[in-house]
Ligand binder design. Structure first.
Ligand code: APR
Ligand code: PHB
Length: 395
């Protein structure tokens, strides 16, 4: 079956859905093809911290209503080390910018609802998606729907299918340069029915490894602890997790972590990855399809949104004015910000994690503690952290 649209989008994650929404607002047609079911993508537990720029874009484009009602606005974070806590005043150091705690899958729900309400098309459970002819002007996406094979012709393809999608691997290897760093640890994360033990996020450096206290609502906490890259969550009964979190997060006598029923448990890989360029012919990569950041700075979702904001603007300019300049510069524009965000995520990860005996020595631990001491005692250093944390200006 042959079909046609202006922009074919592979993947209904934050990148694909936000792109389809922005294009719709600019009068550009798109079809989103997603391998999983609607239920799966709307319930997939991921991170949940939105930069100021992401929050502004969701509000400006009319999909921020629920976020405004349910999101938790934070003006600061806490760094804990040496058994003491140190607050970083994000809004005070950035002229008022904040971050908002609002789960990624809630953003997905809002974008899907907005697309469908506007008559937008999202094909869920699209099978065997493949992309073709993007070295020419009429690229095509083929996919299986029930028993029929559909060929969707378009002017452009947006590869928003994540790190393990099919779009990036379809680009001839010689055309791409990849930059990769895998960290010698991972995160064991839990979602728990427990009241947050602090009003703001806590990033803890501890000799036993990193720990993070985050949250989703006044009743639900989200917590992470550094573990081995191949850790088996089955070897972590709930009580063991709570005991370890209490140990690593404790600051000063009497600080107690609220415990509760663990709703979800999982391992998050720690990796920094970038592919250059982020485009090939009429195929444009965005989000995790082009780059991965370790979750320490909570930048994954925000970087995906920043990419598609540039791509939507470039495609809109093309359809409105026949101008290809922004399209030609898409990769260059995005990569400038991508590398700055990579730098910040690597820096936060390097400052807050134990790298294990073969990768560190006592000097490194002292250096990490000195870095934490500097960041929490120098206004200039705290400001650097704050401006990156709330989000660098979008290009
Ligand atoms: N065909 C169709 N859809 C696919 C295919 C395929 N072959 N492969 C993957 N997908 C879908 C996935 O099911 C997923 O819904 O593409 C979507 C990619 O979404 P994300 O992985 O969320 O990537 P992105 O939109 O770039 O958002 C990045 O998501 O994973 C988090 O931490 C990450 O926060 C970051 C954000
Ligand atoms: C989360 O709430 O899931 C979260 C918050 C901050 C991070 C990473 C994850 O740095």
């Amino acid at each position: 079956m042959n079909r046609r649209t202006q922009v074919g989008i592979v993947g209904a994650g934050p990148a694909g859905l936000m792109l389809s929404h922005l294009l719709h607002l600019a009068g550009v047609d798109s079809v989103v093809l997603e391998a999983r079911s609607r239920k799966y993508v709307e319930e997939r537990v991921r991170a949940g911290l939105l930069e100021q720029g992401t929050v502004n874009l969701l509000n400006e484009t009319g999909v921020g209503e629920r976020m405004k009602r349910l999101g938790l606005v934070h003006h600061g974070i806490e760094l804990r080390f040496g058994g003491r806590g140190h607050r970083i005043d994000l809004s005070g150091l950035t002229g008022g910018s904040t971050v908002t705690i609002y789960a990624q899958h809630e953003v997905i729900k809002d974008l899907i609802a907005a697309r469908l309400a506007a008559g937008g098309e999202i094909v869920f459970e699209a099978g065997d998606v493949s992309i073709h002819d993007f070295d020419g002007p009429t690229p095509k996406i083929r996919y299986r729907m029930d028993r029929s094979v559909v060929e969707l012709s378009c002017d452009f393809i947006a590869g928003c299918d994540g790190f393990r999608g099919i779009c990036r691997p379809t680009i001839p290897a010689g055309a791409l340069t990849t930059y990769d760093r895998i960290y010698p640890f991972a995160w064991l994360g839990i979602l728990a029915e427990a009241r947050p033990s602090s009003d703001e996020l806590i990033y803890a450096y501890h000799e036993r490894g990193f720990a993070l206290h985050s949250m989703r609502s006044p009743e639900i906490t989200r917590l992470y602890l550094q573990c081995a890259p191949d850790e088996d969550p089955g070897k972590w009964p709930d009580e063991k997790i709570w005991d370890e979190l209490q140990l690593r997060l404790a600051a000063g006598a009497g600080w107690k972590l609220n415990r509760g029923v663990v709703l979800q448990k999982g391992i998050t890989e720690m990796r920094s990855f970038v592919v250059e360029p982020m485009q090939s012919g009429t195929l444009f990569l965005a989000g995790d399809a082009a780059h991965i950041v370790p979750p320490t700075g909570a930048k994954g979702l925000n970087l995906a949104v920043a990419d598609v904001r540039v791509l939507a603007r470039a495609l809109t300019d093309y359809y409105a004015n026949g101008n290809r300049e922004l399209l030609t510069k898409y990769s260059e524009i995005c990569l400038r910000r991508v590398w700055k965000v990579q730098r910040f995520s690597w820096w936060m990860t390097s400052m807050l994690h134990r790298f294990g005996n073969e990768n560190e020595n006592a000097f490194d631990q002292r250096r990490q503690l000195a870095e934490l001491d500097y960041v929490t005692s120098s206004r200039a250093a705290a400001q650097t952290l704050a401006e990156n944390y709330v989000g660098l200006p979008m290009e």
